[in-house]
Write a protein that binds this ligand. Sequence first.
Ligand code: SF4
Length: 351
Amino acid sequence: MAGIYISYPFCAQKCSYCNFASGVFPKSMEPVYQERLLNEIRAVRWMFTPETLYFGGGTPSFWDLDALREVMAAVPGRPWIEATMEAAPGSLTEERVAAWKSFGINRVSLGVQSFVEREIRRTGRKHTAEIVAQDVELLRRHGIESINLDLIAGLAEQTRDSWEVSLDGVLQLGVPHVSVYILEVDEDSRLGQEVLLNGKRYGAPDVPSEESQVWMYERAVERLAESGIQRYEISNFARPGWESRHNLKYWKLEPYLGFGADAHSFDGSWRWQNSDAVADYAQEARELADVANERHWVGLRLSEGVELEERFAPEVKQFISDGLLENFGERVRLTPKGVLLSNEVFEAFLK
Ligand code: SF4
């Protein structure tokens, strides 16, 4: 039986390590995205009843509850055997968790990444170990026991000792599922770009060596296994019976349908993928509401740059002093370094 993946690509911040097609987008884009998403889901002629549902992104835990209800109502198969909400620690409230439960969510995956505050801050996230513990308690109080915690090995300033602290944090909470990822260093994340450029921002010089990252991963395998949480996929660990039914479909080549920006689909024979650019995905429905804003940052892709707009003067000044933008007559444009870090510049103009 097939699974359904739905992407909500909006985030409160762009985390330094993140290489997903997600980020900070104008508020005005959300209703456009919602409409496009609903149209995409409602256009399906269901040949099967979905048995799993997975909300990823992005940060779907910030999804407006009425909008989320509308989307879930468009997907057949309730009650799904597994319906997962990816959540940012600190985004959970009594109201949200109660609503998710009533909509059919029965599994929550928290993007913890680390239990060590200075490491969390370096990523751009704002939670603490206490907030994670409160979130887990809140979920359990609402009857959601199927909880996953994500950890990343390779964060700036992480050490073998601090990794043990994060593993302690996971084990103390007694969750049945843990995901452990090794930091991906590529041009799609700001931290990855900085590491590749031998730069100093985002704590790039403090990223542990590959050898240490491998040690951390192997230590996680060992300590989780000692606690009865076995690896069942390279990055995924669970107590027997608590494996992610949805994610297993990807690894077992069972069919799944993806909706939203950058969502992938596989029908058993064919694979396809939606646009990974949120604006492109949403614009398939209609023009963006905030065209002026978009024109500004899209224009910066051009070598000729854009005319300086007064409302962006503070950001432009900062980027010029960071060496990412330069004056060009009456215009501003990306420097060679700015071209490599363009996503970061665009994000500032999208707020
Ligand atoms: S890691 Fe999660 S919250 Fe952070 S930018 Fe990526 S999708 Fe958004």
